[in-house]
Design a protein. Structure first.
Length: 367
């Protein structure tokens, strides 16, 4: 099958770029003695997770228990859920998952720890725990070393849980790679200090998990980490391109759309809006730069300026050539993860040939 036989809108993955991205990250981690535990929320596909594991690192990260269930059902046996698992329904599912896979969870409260411990005891299982510190994203994670040590001590004493170390997420460090050394070294100093505090109290500090795609290749500046969890690096997107985390050739992913209307002057409509693309804006757009919804790779002078549910609005006033009804477009979305979550399939292509079709089995698994 060729891409011309596919209906649109659909998601295309350049297999050469994907495999090269996977290998490059694994090689980097091997070189620097880091474990690679990719965050699979980006592709939500057990097939791509297996390709990541084939690079020599057995573990993955998930955000939600539902994603982890899908991955475990498809044979993945080492999963960190890097999101607080709260509520009985979820703790029951979490503990049941240990029958299929080695399960760990990152958490930042005694309440979350208590809930998981209670259910783990009831089911007669043990859940590995990383305690999470906020390093600047201001989303989850306790605020001080003292609070982290206090939480770790409580987890250490709880039956049903096994404290294994520390988690953090430096997602706030969204800058060019050559601007990251200082903040990453500072983060390394903080984590090293935390590990010393853990050791002084006899707490397990052997697993220190951090990492994001924009910081991934600078992770060797972060003293004290043992593992990174980049998610977006296999596919990449416009925001990763903008921040210098990848080149255009390393963007392995695009949305293929069809031009469906050119009736309005200076505008064209393609067949994908908010139900095809996420509404994430282009993060690096300056005050004077238009913040658009993706990069039209066929003609960078076409501006993806707005969306309705099913219409992608293109400003074609500066286009190199007029667009024709029925013409296919390749669009690099701003944010790959929520875009993939809207679709059922990923088509793996080489040139114009469709070589693989992957079901996005974890899509919509938000619980
Ligand atoms: C906890 C956590 N770890 C790792 C990642 C992966 O980072 P990135 O999206 O930069 O690849 C994310 C992304 O949101 C995350 O929330």
């Amino acid at each position: 099958m060729t891409i011309h036989e596919l209906d649109t809108p659909c998601l295309l993955v350049n297999l050469d770029a994907l495999h090269s991205n996977l290998k490059r990250m694994a090689d980097y981690c091997r070189k620097h003695g880091l474990n690679l535990r990719p965050h699979t929320k980006t592709h939500k596909s057990p097939d791509i997770a297996r390709l990541q594991i084939a690079q020599g690192f057995p573990g993955i990260t998930c955000a939600k228990v539902g994603e982890a269930e899908v991955m475990a059902e498809h044979g993945i046996t080492d999963i960190l859920i890097c999101f607080p698992v709260v509520g009985e329904i979820k703790t029951q599912r979490l503990c049941r998952l240990t029958r299929k896979a080695k399960i760990a969870v990152a958490l930042d409260s005694v309440e979350a720890a208590d809930g998981i411990a209670r259910e783990a005891i009831r089911q007669g299982v043990t859940i590995d725990v990383l305690v999470e510190i906020n390093v600047g994203m201001n989303r989850v994670g306790v605020e001080t070393p003292e609070l982290l040590v206090a939480l770790a001590e409580k987890v250490h004493r709880m039956k049903g849980l096994r404290l294994r170390g520390i988690a953090c997420y430096p997602g706030h460090l969204f800058s060019k790679p050559n601007e990251q050394e200082r903040p990453l070294r500072e983060l390394g100093d903080r984590l090293t200090d935390l590990r010393l505090r853990f050791r002084a109290k006899g707490l397990d500090d052997r697993w220190v998990s951090a990492g994001s795609t924009p910081t991934a290749y600078q992770s060797h500046f972060v003293r004290g980490i043992t593992e990174i969890r980049p998610g977006q690096y296999p596919l990449n997107d416009r925001n990763m391109l903008g921040v210098g985390a990848c080149t255009l050739n390393q963007c392995a992913f695009h949305v293929m759309t069809t031009v469906v209307s050119t009736a309005v002057r200076n505008h064209a409509m393609m067949d994908g809006g908010t139900k095809t693309f996420s509404s994430d804006r282009y993060i690096l757009a300056g005050a004077k730069t238009e913040s658009t919804y993706g990069l039209v790779r066929d003609d960078e002078n076409i501006v993806f300026c707005s969306m309705s549910e099913e219409h992608g609005h293109l400003d074609v006033s500066r286009a190199h050539r007029p667009l024709n009804i029925g013409q296919r477009l390749r669009v690099l979305p701003n944010h790959v993860c929520p875009t993939v979550n809207l679709h059922e399939k990923l088509y793996g292509i080489r040139g114009e040939t469709v070589e693989t079709v992957w079901e996005i089995k974890g899509r919509g698994k938000i619980q």
